[in-house]
Design a protein around this ligand. Sequence first.
Ligand SMILES: [Fe+2]
Length: 240
Amino acid sequence: MIIENLVETHCHIMPGVDDGAPDIETSLAMIEKLQRQGAKKIILTPHYYSDNISLDDFLRRRDKAFNELLRELPSGSPTLIPAAEVYISRYLFNNPNIDELKIAGSNYILIEHPFSSSFSENTYDRLMNMYCDYGAKPILAHIERYPALMDDPYKLEDYINMGCLTQVNISSFVDSHRSVKKKLIKLLNTGHIHLIGSDCHNLSSRAPEYENGIKEIIKKSGQEAVDVLIKNSNILTSGI
Ligand SMILES: [Fe+2]
């Protein structure tokens, strides 16, 4: 299946930086797999644990890996966009700026939380501070993993009203518990899901695989829903 103008918004393809691709060969195979499915752009989002490593050290590692990957990238490959999946902590706010975590010249940064996060007022304030201090707008990664958001659509709505975008892993439309899948379709149909990504880490257990999830969305919500998701990801990366 070819998904026209697919943009991968969440993946761990950057070689040797996190628990994703361990080497360039794996990275290239994952990129090729995405290209075969129609990917024109790939946002590379290695984990950045802001409570564990300084931003400077992370960026040094990320950019070194990125440059090494670019050197081996065959011509005609999808455009690669360096970014990060940022685990937010108070230490993030020690940095004078966090511009290099933003995606493709936009103000958006992919943000992850602990799975047990209650998305309390504290969380809300922290994300709000990202905007106030750095002009950065969060993309909430894989919202389906957080019961606090899935069980309380009003809470999710608060974050969207703040200016957050939401991202769902495409495999979750197929592999999740039936109740979660049902909620995801409902959220999709009401415009609460803005982006899909594979969150791939390898070529086996967490592979870059869109087909089954896309088919499920088409079955439940129609081709138009897919078109909107793809359009959103292209707008996000329109600066590249
Ligand atoms: Fe991820």
